[in-house]
Design a binder for this molecule. Structure first.
Ligand code: HEC
Length: 489
């Protein structure tokens, strides 16, 4: 222990500080959630050396400015020192929430449990970055030498597609909402793709285009849009063009306000057939205080012609959308769901879907007498996030594994997302009712694919003691293929 730390332990506020950092429990009550505090000294830095120019501006550019800039969706801009400076204490607070509702940036993966650093496009902050923000804010948010500030980021057009220019843009029908009115929920019809050949989709991004002037939008996401969400699928159009053949249906990730675009892994592109159409089967529209007309645009990029996906069969859905019992005014309510995997399964993405009471969801794998936590993430019903596993971190689970999802709810007044803490609520589609589903996706693997992927994973590990919770059989002996020949399901 350094002299500095011994001193810290002698002074009472500092002692409280360190127990807070160490004693972080994964309590699923909003009121009990502890802030995550770190000390720059643990990263061999001096608190007094931390400046906006050298340390903070680069963090903001990496993790915040995509939203916190004019037209970027965040309520204020963090492009310059003058803009950032007054927010320093609030930035310190919101970033220290880290993995629960209210956290900034909105990315809620718990870092100290399960598959660490497991996800694509992770813009969350590291312990060291949090330590720097905290030291800087507590030290009066000094600027440092402006010459050291990174050059300002340039954003050409705030309406740009985040995944680049699509090869195909499909435009849904215009719909209107009055300034004030009840929510509307229903089918808004078909959008023919015009494709004359089957193509596999690499990415899809959905955006709402409406007549709210960009410079007059309100500061809230709810005031800028009318589509709360859209559940849609695709399939081959009937001969008369009036419906989609149910046998050919392909489902797509739900569009929700604030949701990221979807890029499918190279091994699992999704099919859009020749002569197909999107079926916009379930739009949920919401009045936003101003009479608004708008539509959705679907920006699609394809895999090259001739591409064939390695995996074609989806894994099971987990969770429960109907049979729920959420009691009023109670924190730490847990709901459980179990699914037995009928095939070897690779989990590609985790997308907790709860409603307003939801604060956390965990995904566990029970295999033999072992129970592994794959990941736990916080939940904020204002932000719908899908977490896509990196190719070399995606859980590879053997047939027979029990996938267990646990949802945690807080129905006390401490949960600001809740409309009313007094009422019992069951399952249902409206936000005042509940859902408990993992909307992520998984694929099933043949025995050969399973063995091949585990071998690739094993090759990246140092030795048998290098353990991967997402790959419980990685070090198990390879079964004798002669014995199982002909039994492949
Ligand atoms: C994906 C977009 C996005 C990213 C990335 C993001 N923010 Fe935000 N931020 C928002 C939105 C939208 C709000 C307003 C809604 C809310 O408070 O949740 C907000 C609110 C805030 C607030 C609270 C403002 C207030 O009025 O109290 C702070 C502080 C903040 N963000 C800081 C940050 C910091 C610091 C980062 C990066 C470390 C960051 N945000 C990253 C979109 C984003």
């Amino acid at each position: 222990m350094t002299a500095r730390k011994i001193l810290a332990f002698l002074s009472i506020p500092a002692l409280m500080f360190s127990t807070m950092a160490l004693g972080q429990v994964h309590d699923a009550s909003v009121a009990n959630h502890e802030l995550h505090y770190y000390d720059v000294a643990d990263f061999n830095m001096q608190a007094g050396d931390i400046t906006y120019a050298d340390h903070i501006a680069p963090i903001l550019q990496d993790s915040c400015i995509q939203c916190h800039r004019p037209g970027g969706g965040g309520p204020m801009s963090f492009m310059s020192y003058e803009e950032v400076r007054p927010w320093a204490p609030v930035i310190m607070y919101r970033t220290a929430i880290r993995d629960r509702m209210g956290a900034m940036p909105p990315w809620y993966v718990e870092k100290d449990i399960g598959i660490a650093e497991g996800f694509e496009s992770d813009y969350s902050l590291s312990d060291q970055e949090l330590a720097m923000i905290q030291a800087w804010a507590q030290n009066g948010a000094p600027r440092g030498n402006p010459d050291n500030e990174p050059p300002p980021m340039v954003f050409s057009d705030s309406d740009e597609w985040t995944l680049g220019e699509p090869e195909l843009v499909l435009v849904g029908p215009d719909v209107s909402r009055p300034a004030i009115g009840p929510d509307w929920w229903g089918d808004i019809g078909l959008v023919p793709t015009g494709l004359t050949e089957d193509r596999y989709v690499r990415s899809i991004e959905v955006r709402e285009v409406n007549d709210i002037p960009a410079d007059q939008g309100t500061n809230t996401v709810g005031g800028r849009y009318i589509f709360h969400h859209m559940t849609y699928s695709s399939g081959v159009l009937s001969e008369d063009g009036t419906y989609v053949d149910p046998e050919t249906r392909v489902s797509w990730p739900i569009h929700e306000v604030g949701r990221n675009a979807d890029r499918f892994p190279d091994s699992a592109g999704r099919l859009l057939q020749a002569n197909s159409a999107l079926h916009l089967g379930a739009a949920h529209l919401h009045s936003n205080g101003r009479e608004t007309t708008g539509h959705l645009e679907f920006g699609i990029q394809f895999f090259p012609r001739g591409y064939a996906p390695k995996y074609t069969r989806r894994g099971p859905r987990t969770g429960n959308g109907i049979d729920l019992d959420v009691v009023p005014n109670r924190a730490n309510q847990a709901l459980h769901n179990y699914v037995v995997l009928q095939n070897h399964t690779k989990i590609m993405a985790f997308e907790p879907h709860l409603h307003a009471p939801g604060v956390r969801m965990c995904l566990e794998a029970i295999f033999g007498h072992n129970q592994f936590t794959l990941n736990c993430v916080g939940y904020d019903h204002n932000w719908v996030k899908q977490y896509i596993y990196k190719e070399d971190k995606a859980p590879l689970l053997p047939k027979g594994t029990i996938l267990r999802t646990t949802a945690y709810m807080d129905t006390t007044p401490a949960n600001p997302n809740l409309a009313d803490a007094r009422n019992w609520a069951g399952g249902g589609r409206r936000s005042v009712s509940n859902m408990f589903i993992d909307l992520g996706y998984s694929v099933t693997m043949t025995e050969e694919q399973f063995q091949e992927e585990m071998a690739a994973r094993r090759a990246t590990m140092k030795d048998r003691n290098d353990y991967d919770v997402g790959c419980p059989l990685c070090w198990a002996p390879v079964p004798e293929y002669e014995d199982v020949a002909g039994e492949d399901d």
